[in-house]
Structures are given as structure tokens and as C-alpha cells.
Design a protein around this ligand. Structure first.
Ligand code: PMP
Length: 321
């Protein structure tokens, strides 16, 4: 789908995967005017399903608004996705835990060096089958709490799904990996103490029976898995709080034996239990480094809903037919 100033979005088409040609002065290269989404299609006994896809297109438009990219008709984008999936539904793999990863994105294509919003854009969807995230059962990850770099501040672009947020996290992520940690947990950019999110996941902590997750504050992504987890917890009458939580509160809870579980949430892994946090050269092992009971229950329920083996009381699954 293309956008041309004065004409709007037009020329939707499905083409074979191929290189695209852009002017070296295309604004996306220089000013990072781009947004994206990540979602999955699942093969169930009852056909191919998408998990809350409208939420992705809604969020894409929120990101668009922040990046001065024109609004994209969500129905039009969704229809494009269905057309693409209809080219060959065999793209959606069937083995346990597998899915088709879908990446819609928009880039600013106008060749102009002036720093102002592009007049032209390209909306594309690419997709690829992906294997099971956990080949041998859900595995806890080790996460490094970043105390030097910050990635986003309220009022910035942290709540948009845009390239710059990810580029801003690469150096810290590489450093963490060198030290044996798989991802970075970001703290807020002002006080440097409130917990934000992991590189590509929102984060939850079970403290003394209450599940706490950072509130949407303008600098973290409004994760669709995050929203689903909160909905599930409320449905189960598990106390859940969306509020500011500082790293000091977390460490204190750990010291008192009250930090029962920690986990990340995101489309890729659904639930990633956190078995260890490192912060300022100290290590904090959580739940003996094992997957917690609640984390397992949430994982089984959401992946079960996605596979069509667990009842879907919320109407999250959308049929392709
Ligand atoms: N935060 C960030 C920065 C992310 O990239 C992602 C992955 N999209 C998430 C959180 C989780 O969002 P979702 O549950 O919608 O995948």
C-alpha cells in the first residue's frame, strides 16, 4: 500500500517477496520515520486464527500519530493482511508451538533532506514461519537491569513501536549479553529507578500474592500480551496493580522473600519467566530460578487459547474464514 500526499493510501497489492528500491535520500534512512507491528497467525484444529489482530492495527495508528505518519484505515490494513495470508495458507506451520510471524510496517519514502514529515510512505507486510519459542518447555531467562543507559522518557517515542527505540537499546543489550544476560530491563529516564519494560517485553512481578506491572506512562509499549495477562488475572480474581514500581521496592521485596515470581510478556514468547535479575553487580535469583506456578498457568492458558485447545471467553481469536 502506498501513500501519496493529496491522494491518500492507494495501490494495495500482493507481490512476490523481493528487494525494494528507495532513493538514498528517503526520509526513513535519515530521520527514522517508521513504525511497525508484530503479530502471529496460528493453525488450530478449527482453521487458521489470529490473536487480537485489531489491537495491532489500532496500535500501529497510535504509533503513526506520534511519528507524524498519516492514519491508515485499519480495515484496509486488515484486508491486506488477509489477502496476503490467502496467497498460500500453508505458510502457517502446524507443528506444536509454531506459528506464522507477521510484521506490518510503514516507512517514509520521500527523498528530501529537510527535517519535516515525509509526503510519501510505503506500508508493507512481510511474514515468516517461526519455530516454537521454547523447544524444551518454558525456560526462565536472566535479565540485566540497566543502570547507565536509558531508552525512553515520557513524552518521547517510548510508547510508539518505532525503530529508534530498538536502536537505542542495542548497545546495552549487547553488553548484557556479553555478561550472560539475555535482555535488558529498562528503568525510567528521569528518576532512574522506576521499572519500565524489557527490550521487547512488558514486565510483571508477583509480590506477596499481588501481581504488579508498571502502568502505561507514555514511555513503555502498550503490549497486547500485557493487556491479555491483566484481563486474565482479573478474570481469575488474582489481585493485579498497574502502578509505578521502583527497583528499590523490588529488591526490598526480594530481600523479604516476597518477590514470588517475575515474568515478561510479549507476542514472541507469550510469557518469559525471569529466573534472575542483575542490578549494580548484585544478582537476585527469583523463585529459585524456576518457572513460577502463576507464570505457567498464564502461559498454558494463553497458548491454549491460541491453539484453540482452551476456551476463549474473551473472543480473542479471530478466524480467517
Ligand atoms: N515492549 C516492547 C518494547 C516490545 O517490542 C514488545 C513486543 N511487541 C512488547 C513490549 C510486548 O508487546 P506485545 O505483547 O504486543 O507483543
Amino acid at each position: 500500500l502506498e501513500y501519496t500526499e493529496g491522494k491518500g493510501w492507494h495501490s494495495g497489492r500482493v507481490v512476490p517477496y523481493q528487494n525494494i528500491s528507495l532513493d538514498p535520500a528517503a526520509k526513513v534512512f535519515h530521520y527514522g520515520q517508521t513504525v511497525f507491528e508484530g503479530m502471529k497467525a496460528y493453525r488450530t484444529e478449527d482453521g487458521i486464527k489470529l490473536f487480537r489482530p485489531k489491537k495491532n492495527f489500532e496500535r500501529l495508528n497510535k504509533s503513526n500519530a506520534r511519528l507524524s505518519i498519516p492514519h491508515l484505515d485499519e480495515e484496509l490494513a486488515y484486508e491486506g493482511l488477509i489477502k496476503l495470508l490467502d496467497v498460500d495458507r500453508e505458510w502457517v506451520p502446524s507443528a506444536e508451538g509454531t506459528s506464522l510471524y507477521i510484521r506490518p510496517f510503514i516507512i517514509a519514502t520521500e527523498p528530501a533532506l529537510g527535517v519535516n514529515p515525509s509526503l510519501n510512505y510505503l506500508f508493507m507486510i512481510i511474514m515468516s514461519p517461526v519455530g516454537a519459542y521454547y523447544a524444551e518447555g518454558v525456560n526462565p531467562v536472566k535479565i540485566h537491569v540497566e543502570s547507565h543507559f536509558v531508552r525512553a522518557v515520557a513524552g518521547g517515542v517510548g510508547e510508539a513501536k518505532t525503530a529508534g527505540n530498538y536502536a537505542a537499546g542495542l548497545n546495552a543489550q549487547e553488553e548484557a549479553k556479553d555478561r550472560g544476560y539475555s535482555q535488558v530491563l529498562w528503568l525510567d529516564g528521569v528518576h532512574r529507578k522506576y521499572i519500565e519494560e524489557v527490550g521487547s517485553m512488558n514486565v510483571f512481578f508477583k509480590i506477596n500474592g499481588v501481581v504488579v506491572t508498571p502502568q502505561l506512562n507514555g514511555s513503555i509499549l502498550n503490549g497486547i500480551t500485557r493487556n491479555s495477562v491483566i484481563t486474565l488475572l482479573k478474570h481469575w480474581d488474582v489481585p493485579v496493580e498497574e502502578r509505578r514500581i521502583s527497583i528499590d521496592e523490588l529488591i526490598e521485596a526480594h530481600r523479604n522473600g516476597q518477590l514470588e515470581e517475575a515474568f515478561g510478556t510479549g507476542t514472541a514468547a507469550v510469557i518469559s519467566p525471569i529466573g534472575e535479575l542483575s542490578y549494580n553487580d548484585e544478582k537476585y535469583v527469583i523463585n529459585e530460578g524456576k518457572t513460577g506456578e502463576l507464570s505457567s498457568k498464564i502461559y498454558d492458558t494463553i497458548t491454549g487459547i491460541q491453539k484453540g485447545t482452551v476456551e476463549d471467553p474473551f473472543g480473542w481469536l479471530v478466524s480467517l474464514d
